[in-house]
Structure formats: structure tokens, C-alpha cells
Write a protein that binds this ligand. Structure first.
Ligand code: ADP
Length: 266
């Protein structure tokens, strides 16, 4: 009998390349009459036995604001992951391409979409660990969905996994993650604050001209990212709340979702 998460390679048609990432190439494809994105996993990049175990958990996570994992194709090398296709690509590129043309409603809507997806992950006790605009994708009808949840655990590149190394996403990380690798839904909330900052800065990178070491030092002295010109006061207050030093002083995603929804009623 076939595992439910196993995609039959006969049912999968591969098309053109649409990107490349941490684990290798991403191709467009078709599976069961559905357009899909297929991640071809380069063996040396991923601890794939551990991933196969976790794939079962990830496939059970299902929400309209999460990029759905449909299945994995493990019978051939390279292993492939089959995902819901997102027509409008990653959120950071999407924001940069529409610079100067993003309405307040649109920007708040993006934050709401992400907070909904994250509230679902929080309620499922699943930690994202790498939330950032680059790890969200935009659908055909401009909905934002959270992607790549939990995937950093399977990266084999040391440069990525130690907070002292160049590829670690320090600029999105909570202090307790940088210091002790203490991940939690509350460290995801910190990253969400930075993601909101990216949205209201139309895709600019946070702390653009600063090194990771300089960022750590300024966080330690209590400094935070400045209010984006386009952000309403109420939204910047939420960002600052996400960046409280102590995890327990930060809001939950459930609360953030509620607060963002009430900003949109103003
Ligand atoms: P990785 O997580 O392995 O680093 P990414 O998820 O960043 O790789 O994917 C690289 C690129 O491939 C993205 O920037 C995006 O353009 C494209 N891509 C990834 N997943 C999808 C998807 N589900 N639908 C459409 N495009 C995708």
C-alpha cells in the first residue's frame, strides 16, 4: 500500500525552472490537473531521512494562508517536494515591484493574511523558525501565504544554522534565538514584527547598511527598527510590541490577528 504523502512520479509532469533556493531548483509542474511548484532537493543540502518523518506532520498542516505541501516524491533521487503553486512569487519581490503603488488596505491585508497563517501554526504548536517576507508567497488573487515553515531544521549548511554565521537570518531573529537558539511561537512573533516593517517599507531590507554584529549590538542597547513612513501609528505600536525583549511580553498571533483586524476597521 502506498503512503498517502508519496507522490507517484508518473502523475507528476515537470515544466520550466521558476527559481532556486536553499535546497536546490524549483520547477513549475502539473500534478492531478493541478499547477504545482516542485522543489528538487539536492542531497547534500538536506538531512532527508529526518525530513521524510516531518513531512507527515507538515502535510497535515492545512490552512488557506499557508502554502500547502501536497506530497513528497522520495522514490527517485533527487527527492522532490510538491507544493501549491503561487502565481505571484515571493512577497519581498512582489513588494519591491509595486513600490509606490501599494495602498494602505493592501499592506494591512498582507499583514492580516500572514497573521492568520501564523495564528494557525501557533495553535498547531508548530514553530516557523524563519518567518520573513522572502518566505511568504503571493497567490494569483494577491493573497499572501506563509511558506517554508520549519524547513530550516533540515538545512545541512552550517553557515545557515549557527547564529554566529553569515547566512543566519539575524535581522529577523529574536534576542533569545540569537543568544541561545531558543525558538518559540514568540520568537516567530518577533520575526513577524520585522515582516510588517518590510511590508510598510515596500520590500526594503531591514538594517540595510549594517552588519549582523552591529544589529545585535543595537538591539542589546534597546534600539529597534524605526517607524516606516507609510505605517499608521497603530501598526507601528504592534511592531514595537512584537520586539519586546522578553518573549512573554510579546503578543500571541491570535491577539495580533485581532488587533490588526481592528486597525482595518478604523
Ligand atoms: P528555499 O526555501 O529552498 O530556499 P524558496 O522557497 O525560496 O527556496 O524558492 C525559491 C524561489 O522559487 C522563490 O523565490 C519563488 O520565486 C519560487 N517558488 C518557491 N515556491 C514556490 C511556489 N509554491 N509557487 C511559486 N513559486 C515558488
Amino acid at each position: 500500500s502506498k503512503d498517502q504523502w508519496e507522490v507517484d512520479p508518473e502523475e507528476l509532469t515537470l515544466g520550466q525552472e521558476i527559481g532556486s533556493g536553499q535546497f536546490g531548483l524549483v520547477l513549475e509542474g502539473t500534478w492531478n490537473q493541478r499547477k504545482v511548484a516542485v522543489k528538487m532537493i539536492r542531497e547534500e543540502c538536506m538531512s532527508d531521512d529526518e525530513f521524510k518523518e516531518e513531512a507527515r506532520v507538515m502535510m497535515r498542516l492545512s490552512h488557506c494562508k499557508l502554502v500547502q505541501l501536497y506530497g513528497v516524491c522520495t522514490q527517485h533521487s533527487p527527492m522532490c517536494l510538491v507544493f501549491e503553486f503561487m502565481e505571484n512569487g515571493c512577497l519581498s519581490d512582489y513588494l519591491r515591484a509595486r513600490k509606490g503603488h501599494l495602498s494602505q488596505d493592501l499592506m494591512l491585508g498582507m499583514c492580516l493574511d500572514v497573521s492568520e497563517g501564523m495564528a494557525y501554526l501557533e495553535s498547531s504548536n508548530f514553530i516557523h523558525r524563519d518567518l520573513a517576507a522572502r518566505n511568504c508567497l503571493v497567490s494569483e488573487n494577491n493573497e499572501v501565504k506563509v511558506s517554508d515553515f520549519g524547513m530550516t531544521r533540515f538545512v545541512l549548511d552550517d553557515q545557515y544554522t549557527s547564529s554566529l554565521c553569515s547566512k543566519f537570518p539575524v535581522k529577523w531573529s529574536a534576542p533569545e534565538v540569537i543568544k541561545f537558539c531558543k525558538f518559540s511561537s514568540k520568537s516567530d512573533v518577533w520575526s513577524f514584527g520585522v515582516l510588517m516593517w518590510e511590508v510598510y517599507n515596500e520590500g526594503r531590507l531591514p538594517y540595510e547598511n549594517r552588519s549582523n554584529a552591529e544589529v545585535v549590538e543595537s538591539l542589546n542597547s534597546g534600539l529597534r527598527l524605526l517607524k516606516p513612513r507609510l505605517a499608521p501609528d497603530a501598526v507601528y505600536l504592534l511592531m514595537e510590541w512584537c520586539w519586546k525583549e522578553k518573549p512573554e511580553d510579546r503578543p500571541t498571533f491570535a491577539l495580533l490577528l485581532h488587533e490588526l483586524a481592528s486597525v482595518s476597521d478604523l
